[in-house]
Design a protein around this ligand. Structure first.
Ligand code: G
Ligand code: G
Ligand code: MN
Ligand code: NA
Length: 248
């Protein structure tokens, strides 16, 4: 397709950027950022990842693109390591299921860390439940190999997939992310409020950090605080921005 050709072209050039959105612990302040890819095709407006990620997935371009994301995030971590104000911040990247299942994925994570000199403990991989649709045992083993490098895992979009609780128990996770679709209407929907409370309780009982995404206003924040969710991401704290625009 035309979009596929344009993506390929941008990957050879420098048509992609990572934007970074702050993640905040309400007790301790800024803890890191989620890296979100942005595409600036030649002579066009920026195209949303919601539009081009599916094309990249279908064409297989998500593989080199995903490695570019990981490499770029690791290099940013290495830059942050030079400054006491940013040294302890982590960067979370989104990993597509297709990329995670590549036979050499673990090796490529190791490579990106080594090549950049990034502290592995500062890299977090965000997986969605689609990763687990394949063989769970294999996924667990692969996660363990990557964790052995020091890298941590978050389960993204939690609650929107099939969300079997038995998978939650088996996957070696560090964090679960409450999907923004539940956070959005938490003040007006009793069901969404109940779901958020339940997710926070599950995370707490499994010993996992819980982060709410899509936090846009004080009322949502007050609700989250009341449920015991202490880590947040959303426009209330900051939009995804180029690193040059960050003031730490
Ligand atoms: O940044 P935005 O909210 O527009 O992202 C839309 C979707 O694109 C989200 O589901 C997000 O997870 C996904 N996305 C953003 N950056 C990346 C990336 O680097 N890799 C992958 N696989 N998905 C991404
Ligand atoms: O699927 P994933 O959780 O990775 O996607 C995150 C997406 O949510 C990004 O595209 C990001 O731009 C978007 N996002 C981040 N914070 C907010 C927010 O507060 N409100 C809304 N509506 N979207 C947000
Ligand atoms: Mn994400
Ligand atoms: Na999400």
């Amino acid at each position: 397709s035309a979009m596929e050709a344009a993506l390929r072209h941008s990957l050879q050039g420098d048509g992609f950027r990572l934007f970074y959105q702050p993640q905040v612990n309400l007790d301790t302040g800024l803890i890191g950022a989620e890296a979100l890819i942005r595409w600036f095709p030649e002579q066009h407006q920026a195209v949303s990842p919601a539009q081009f990620i599916p094309v990249a997935e279908d064409s297989g371009l998500i593989i080199p693109l995903g490695y570019w994301v990981m490499q770029t995030a690791c290099r940013q971590l290495r830059l942050w390591a030079n400054d006491a104000r940013t040294r302890d911040l982590k960067i979370a990247i989104n990993v597509s299921a297709r990329q995670f299942h590549q036979p050499d994925y673990v090796e490529r994570v190791r490579e990106a860390l080594q090549e950049s000199g990034a502290n592995p403990a500062r890299l977090q991989l965000e997986l969605t439940e689609s990763v687990v649709l394949e063989n769970v045992d294999e996924v667990v083993e692969r996660m363990q190999q990557i964790r052995a490098l020091g890298v941590t895992f978050s389960l993204d979009d939690f609650g929107t997939g099939f969300s079997s609780l038995s998978y939650l128990k088996r996957l070696p996770l560090d964090q679960i992310k409450i999907d923004q679709s539940f956070v959005r209407d938490v003040m007006t929907s009793a069901n969404d409020a109940a779901i958020v409370r339940a997710i926070v309780a599950i995370a707490q009982s499994l010993g996992l950090q819980v982060i709410a995404e899509g936090v846009e206003n004080q009322a949502q924040l007050d609700f989250l605080t009341e449920t015991g969710c202490r880590v947040c991401q959303g426009y209330l704290f900051g939009r995804p921005e180029p690193i040059e625009d960050w003031t730490v």
